[in-house]
Write a protein that binds this ligand. Structure first.
Ligand code: ZN
Length: 397
């Protein structure tokens, strides 16, 4: 199957990486590190491994630029992949099978071992061609993105080792696009999970008391659901999901017995605030609703992520300008939106570094975390061409 492609060393290297089952839960990154060190010695680049948390290596290749004092470029990818339901796959998810029609099957082809290998292949090619870039380029491989990056990019981005990289710009992941446009991400929504508790004096269920926990809870739920409906309307009218604030009621708790008015009722919401939303105003609005609902209504955050500013694509970030131009000169259009989910790029943006998510995979069904995750070999190779142009453009800004 796919024999011609199998002989291609570029594809062989990718397949070798895909065959390492760096899959959750409890990932063993040992073989990824061995594989990456071998790549580094082949390409001729120094590599360091930071283990800020035991068994959670961060692997960094460095290609020194002609002007190493300039802020550098980071090409970031994660080594981990999400679990599989093997029985639903047409080919085993860690065998890296190529079919006769050129599809390479494997967990991580899209998310995101493919992009990590494109980073490496692009730099390998540039280096072999004798090119020298102005800025230093770091290629970084991190653990645990799929479980929130707590022991991976979050910890690393807050470390001295990270500061020493002196970064000016970062590339991370996006998603394949099913049409001919490359999809890029310049920001993410802010995750806020809140619990609102309404208290009242208990009473008999046969009465019609005022100021009950039930009435207060009803007021709160009504406010959130009305806001949800407004946001839903935006989504239905074509606003991308990443630019809509999502609100979902996820838990209701309280009460002791069906004929006793409860002393306490609470409701929890999972909220993802769109970047354009005024985060402080959002918080004030919730406080106001709690006050309006009556006395003894309070709210607490279960998760309160900080607001992170999106990377600007209005022309004020030169790295973005040259990136866009470099792709467009290849005749490939690019569309930049807010990421509907979360990636490690948020930790990098938190440090004030502009970051763009970019997986240069076009005409590809979106199969991140899905059965039969795959990419076409020619799409992968085209991705390397695109990445080569991008790396050379941003490292020469
Ligand atoms: Zn990913």
């Amino acid at each position: 199957m796919g024999t011609e492609w199998m002989k291609d060393p570029v594809i062989q290297r990718f397949r070798e990486y895909l065959k390492i089952p760096s899959v959750h839960p409890d990932v063993d990154y040992g073989d990824c590190v061995i594989f990456l060190k071998k790549q580094a010695s082949e390409i001729g680049l120094p590599v360091v491994v930071h283990e800020l948390v035991p068994r959670k290596p961060v692997v960094i290749f460095t290609w020194i630029g002609l002007k190493p004092q300039l802020p550098s470029i980071l090409l970031n990818s994660h080594m981990d992949v999400v679990p599989v339901y093997e029985e639903y796959w047409s080919h085993p998810p860690f065998d890296a099978v190529i079919t006769d029609d050129g599809f390479l099957y494997g967990r991580g082809t899209q998310d995101m071992k493919g992009v990590g290998m494109m980073h490496l292949e692009a730099v390998r090619r540039l280096k072999n061609s004798g090119a020298r870039l102005q800025r230093t380029v770091h290629i970084c491989f991190v653990p645990d993105e799929e479980t929130g990056g707590i022991d991976g990019m979050r910890k690393f981005s807050e470390s001295e080792e990270f500061k020493k990289l002196n970064l000016g710009f970062c590339l991370d992941e996006s998603m394949p696009s099913e049409n001919n446009k490359i999809l890029a991400f310049n920001g993410e929504r802010t995750s806020r999970q809140i619990k609102i508790t309404c208290k009242a004096a208990p009473a008999h269920g046969a009465l019609l008391e005022s100021n009950t926990a039930g009435e207060k809870l009803y007021y709160i739920i009504d406010k959130f659901m009305k806001l949800r409906a407004e946001e839903k309307k935006k989504l239905d009218n074509g606003t991308p999901l990443g630019e809509v604030t999502t609100i979902n009621m996820t838990q209701i708790e309280g009460g002791v017995q069906i004929n006793v008015l409860p002393e306490s009722l609470s409701v929890s919401f999972d909220i993802r605030i769109a970047p354009e939303y005024d985060h402080a105003a959002f918080e004030n609005m919730i406080s106001t609703w709690c006050r309006e609902a009556g006395d003894n209504v309070s709210f607490e955050y279960i998760v309160k992520n900080p607001e992170v500013r999106s990377t600007r694509i209005d022309g004020s970030v030169p790295f973005w300008n040259v990136l866009k131009t470099s792709i467009e000169t290849l005749g490939v259009p690019i569309k930049c939106i807010t990421c509907p989910g979360a990636t490690d790029a948020r930790y990098i943006r938190r440090q004030g570094i502009p970051a763009i998510g970019l997986s240069p995979l076009i005409s590809t069904p979106q199969l991140l975390h899905a059965h039969d995750e795959r990419i076409h070999v020619e799409v992968y190779k085209q991705g390397i061409d695109i990445m080569e142009k991008i790396v050379s453009a941003v490292a020469n800004v």
